[in-house]
Design a protein around this ligand. Structure first.
Ligand code: RUB
Length: 319
């Protein structure tokens, strides 16, 4: 591997994220931190400047894969902030150690938030899920571990059907599952005690950016009087929203919605496939993090505490 080259494993990780082989905000974060460690370990850079430049190129490739989950740049930033030293060996060692620390913290955060979220769930409750969120599942699993009997109504989550992954994970916890199409959500909400979803990003005003359909679910849940809890560890907090930036919503391939043949049969139509949407804070009852639960409007306090007035992206600097 020559200077400035991206290791092929890093390219493979980037490809897997772009094609959603690797998906879900926390899983993506872990994959990119590990990829930076791989890049560091395999580097043949001869000078610290070359090493840093190689790491920036790798980080840019990873960061360009999907735009919405802020856990991705937050993971990259975690490694860059701890990459330190006068020699290539020191820079390598600190980068690898940072990725290790990140992985440990990620797992611990998920366990901790799971216990917080579990306290909101009571024995006998039915939860409704949307998409597949490991943070949301951590809350359900912690409640089950506490001996609570839960059941779940799982929304299919078109177009990629991540609800199937959730259904399987819940069955592995022995939670009874009813799978429904997305448009059946309102009909089943009367049987549901909590909506539990994850997040790809949380904005400073408490808005929740998550899988397309979350906002519609939140609105009908509010109308039916069902509380909506967002399970999101603090790597989902989006620092740039503190300074007025908005979160980019990924638009995906139209063929996820309709195949070419069916589309030809219909005739000239526009097809759009936004992957995420924004749920305003007024529809969210609680954001559950590893640092406790927050009403969405107060999440900005935690964000200021964590990020000051904002952050930068060190991998965007000139190489
Ligand atoms: C996944 C999704 C999940 C969040 C949270 O979207 O919206 O709810 O990423 O997941 P996609 P987690 O399938 O398009 O990546 O709690 O595991 O971080």
């Amino acid at each position: 591997m020559g200077s400035q080259e991206v290791h092929q494993e890093v390219e493979a990780v980037a490809e897997d994220i772009a094609t959603m082989e690797t998906r879900g905000a926390a899983t993506i974060a872990r994959a990119v931190a590990d990829a930076l460690a791989t890049q560091a370990a395999a580097s043949e850079a001869e000078t610290p400047t070359d090493f840093r430049s190689e790491m920036r190129v790798a980080a840019r490739l990873l960061s360009d894969t999907r735009p919405t989950a802020v856990s991705l740049p937050n993971a990259l930033r975690f490694v860059f902030e701890q990459m330190d030293g006068e020699t290539v060996d020191e820079l390598k060692a600190t980068s690898i150690a940072a990725a290790d620390r990140f992985r440990v913290q990620l797992e611990r955060a998920q366990d901790d938030l799971g216990r917080v979220g579990a306290n909101r769930l009571r024995d006998g409750d039915t939860v409704m899920t949307h998409c597949h969120s490991t943070d949301a599942l951590a809350c359900i699993e912690a409640a089950v571990d506490q001996g609570k009997d839960l059941s779940a109504v799982v929304k299919e989550t078109r177009p990629r059907n991540q609800g199937h992954i959730t259904a399987q994970a819940l069955r592995e916890m022995d939670v009874p599952v009813t799978l429904v199409v997305d448009s059946a959500a309102r009909r089943y909400l009367d049987e549901v005690d909590h909506v539990v979803v994850g997040a790809d990003s949380i904005a400073a005003d408490g808005s929740v950016i998550n899988k397309i359909g979350t906002s519609g679910l939140a609105v009908v849940a509010r109308e039916r009087g069902v509380p909506i809890m967002v399970a999101a560890q603090t790597i989902k907090l989006h620092p740039a929203t503190l300074t007025g930036h908005t979160v980019e919503i990924e638009m995906r391939d139209e063929r996820e919605v309709i195949d070419d043949e069916a589309r030809r049969d219909i005739g000239e139509i526009t097809v759009e496939n936004p992957a995420f949407d924004v749920t305003p804070p007024r529809y969210v009852d609680a954001i559950v993090t590893e640092r406790g639960q927050f009403p969405p409007e107060s999440i900005v306090t935690l964000m200021r505490d964590m990020f000051g007035e904002g952050t930068d992206d060190p991998w965007e600097a000139e190489t």
